[in-house]
Design a protein around this ligand. Structure first.
Ligand code: NAD
Length: 297
């Protein structure tokens, strides 16, 4: 079994790389921060000094980085993957980035015979730790098949959704639906509360009907408890909606509701809530209406 490269050992990458070690894979890891590298090396990985060196030593290289510029830099920049990778190597980029950038990076790597999958995840840190992420993959079927077992060591569900970029398009669709659902829930619960109706009873009354959703069940109880610890940070959701708006404009799709929700998130960031959970969208509506949605008693 050849070694696997892993670049980007943050909140998500660190537990994901440890799950690969647990599954018996040999890893070569790199991050610009020393501490997580030392931790994953202590768990059994080897360290490399650059993305280039990772690519020289591995035929499958995973990246789990913050956003598009980081992926471009690590894949195509000085001392990047492109300088070290052999033809036939596969980059599996698991970061959530602009799908147009996934296609650009894949095209550049392709000139050297290096292949690429975009494989963003949903599930957050707890599922990264448990190895039960949902992984949505774009790229060629044969590359997907060649990487399936590796991805399965980190995820409960691994689905190929199309060619390169399709994974990130799917992730952006997911992020639009989640953000807009939280905003709709917030408007509704603020209305109910200011109109004098207990929001907990409103939630219980409607959750089994058409307005019920996974988002409502996940976020309404937290909001009513005044619990805004992340979870998924407002700042990360801003990044994802910025990517959604950029990609949508490139393909000629206006996203009116996404752009309004983006401005709500921007207002919350200015208000100091960038590191709060995205359930804090309700704080924007609470301020407008001068009321707080909290469970009674
Ligand atoms: P993070 O900021 O915790 O980790 C990113 C890591 O990349 C850091 O350790 C950083 O040092 C490293 N890095 C940055 N630039 C680098 C470079 N040039 N070379 C090497 N390493 C570099 O982020 P995260 O929360 O782990 O998220 C990673 C990706 O996963 C993001 O795209 C995010 O949107 C996505 N995601 C996050 C969550 C979540 O709940 N945190 C859930 C789903 C998806």
């Amino acid at each position: 079994m050849s070694k696997i490269g892993f670049i980007g050992l943050g909140i998500m990458g660190k537990p994901m790389s440890k799950n690969l070690l647990k599954a018996g894979y040999e890893l070569v890891v790199y991050d610009i921060i020393k501490e997580p590298v030392e931790e994953v090396v202590a768990a059994g990985a080897e360290a490399a000094g650059s993305p280039r060196e990772v690519a020289e030593r591995c035929d499958k290289i995973i990246t789990m980085l913050p956003n598009s510029p980081h992926v471009k830099e690590v894949a195509l920049g000085k001392n990047g993957i492109i300088e070290g990778a052999r033809p036939g190597a596969i980059l599996i980029d698991m970061s959530s980035i602009d799908p147009m950038v996934s296609r650009e990076v894949a095209a550049e790597l392709g000139k050297k015979g290096v292949r690429m999958l975009d494989a963003p995840v949903s599930g957050g840190e707890p599922k990264a730790i448990d190895g039960t992420l949902s992984i949505m993959v774009g790229g060629r079927q044969e590359d997907f098949d060649a990487c399936y077992n590796i991805l399965k060591a980190m995820g409960a569900s691994v689905v190929r959704v199309g060619d390169i970029g399709a994974g990130n398009v799917t992730k952006l669709a997911n992020q639009i639906i989640v953000a807009l659902n939280i905003a709709a829930m917030s408007e509704a619960l603020v209305l109910a509360t200011k109109a004098g109706v207990d929001p907990e009873l409103v939630y219980q009354a409607i959750r089994g009907g058409l307005a019920g959703s996974t988002v409502l069940d996940a976020k309404a109880p937290l909001v009513m408890a005044g619990q805004f610890k992340p979870g998924f940070r407002i700042n990360l959701h801003i990044k994802d909606l910025a990517n959604a708006l950029a990609a949508s404009h490139q393909v000629g799709v206006p996203l009116p509701l996404t752009s309004v929700t983006m401005e709500i998130l921007q207002a919350l960031k200015v208000d100091g809530l960038g590191d709060a959970d995205h359930g804090a969208i309700i704080r924007f509506y609470e301020k407008l209406a001068q009321i707080e949605v909290r469970k009674k008693g």
